[in-house]
Design a protein. Structure first.
Length: 71
């Protein structure tokens, strides 16, 4: 059975395996709050949730980079 969205079938897609390099910032101060690379979207979500717990007054924004985020 194909995936559907709002009653319409979604096109078939194959999973991809790419590395996502990113940094999380505080939008108010510009401070870097987290640096990471992952190949799983759920890893990014977990990092955002953890970072928000550690910095509850921050407005977190993320930026993707074309190489390891720590270099």
């Amino acid at each position: 059975m194909p995936d559907t969205w709002k009653g319409r079938p979604l096109p078939e897609r194959r999973p991809v395996n790419i590395t996502i390099h990113y940094r999380l910032y505080d939008a108010h101060t510009g401070d870097v709050l987290s640096i990471n690379s992952t190949n799983a979207f759920d890893g990014i979500v977990e990092d955002v949730v953890r970072t928000q717990r550690e910095h509850p007054n921050s407005k977190i924004v993320g930026r993707q980079f074309d190489g390891p985020a720590y270099r």
